[in-house]
Ligand binder design. Structure first.
Ligand code: SF4
Length: 305
């Protein structure tokens, strides 16, 4: 860990506690880890996966149940991949680990024409190798380092470009049906993870060694969310709360809610639907900076309502 001054120590402790608490909460809430599980932690060398491993190692020490951890890195043979970094770091931690070497880089370069995006084939190959590794190691869970902001971005990607109201699940069965994949950082903010990784001085391996550009659509959504975060404090938190608070009867998916079965009950419900009125905003929402607090826009909104 980098040297911290007495002043910043308090801030660091709070940050570390928050990440640990939120990870513990996700594990508990979604039933991610059970007694005697062997959790394969996928370590790419990025800030998220280092934070994941570090936090799971802490939780393993304090949890009332016993579970095993094994860190796995897939060396995809990208040019310039610093092979020594992860083994040195993992040996120093004293954690069980395995480096799997598979030259997916050459396969991808060979199969995908120059200039086309390589990520989908690359991820498919990586996924298959990780599943095979999990099976060989007898892992009962596969842990990935995706966090809250990845989940929110994916929600918007799917809405804007896929016509689906769907994000990234905190826990799912792998597509080959054989493994349970978990995302213990589901409640952690990317900002916190970035600060934590910096304070801990994790030996980060750059993620652009393959030369591929970050997905442009995801980049645009990231920029949109970051702009919202600056202009409307609390909006991202509210969005994530909304993802945990779904009302299928107030969406339009007839597979999720049986609208045909809706009939009058004859009984008043004071908490029932605001069928004709716009639901009122909370005090916090009306205090947010931005279009809603702009009197001109407020007039337009009132007129529409
Ligand atoms: S950025 Fe590179 S390594 Fe990552 S998924 Fe895309 S092609 Fe693969």
């Amino acid at each position: 860990m980098v040297a911290v001054t007495a002043d910043s120590k308090y801030g660091f402790n709070k940050l570390q506690k928050r990440i640990r608490r939120e990870t513990g909460k996700a594990i508990e809430q979604f039933g991610m880890i059970e007694a005697n599980d062997k959790v394969m932690v996928c370590l790419s060398g990025g800030k998220d996966s280092y934070t994941l491993l570090d936090t799971l190692l802490y939780l393993q020490r304090v949890a009332p149940i016993r579970f095993e951890l094994v860190a796995v890195n897939l060396d995809q043979k990208q040019p310039g991949f610093p092979e020594h970094v992860l083994p040195e770091y993992l040996q120093q931690l004293g954690v069980d680990y395995e480096i799997v070497e598979e030259d997916t880089y050459s396969i991808v370069k060979d199969k995908i024409p120059e200039g086309k995006t390589t990520c989908s084939l690359c991820s498919r190959l990586r996924r298959g190798i990780l599943y095979k590794t999990a099976k060989r190691l007898g892992a009962t869970k596969i842990a990935l380092g995706h966090h809250r902001d990845d989940m929110i971005e994916t929600l918007f990607l799917n809405m804007f470009h896929g016509g689906k109201l769907k994000s990234m699940p905190p826990k799912l069965v792998s597509d080959n049906g054989e493994h349970v994949v978990i995302r213990p950082l589901a409640f952690c903010r990317e900002k916190d993870i970035a600060r934590y990784a910096e304070a801990m001085a994790f030996p980060i391996i750059p993620c652009n060694l393959c030369g591929s550009q970050e997905n442009l659509q995801r980049k645009q959504i990231k920029a949109m969310l970051s702009e919202w975060d600056k202009r409307f404090p609390g909006r991202i938190e509210s969005l994530f709360t909304a993802m945990q608070n779904v009302t299928p009867s107030h969406l339009v998916d007839a597979n999720l809610f049986d609208f045909r079965a809706v009939t009058a009950t004859g009984e008043a419900d004071e908490n029932g639907d605001w069928a004709f009125d716009v639901p009122p905003l909370s005090h916090e929402q009306t205090q947010q900076k931005g279009p809603l607090s702009d009197p001109a826009n407020a007039i337009k909104i009132t007129q529409i309502a």
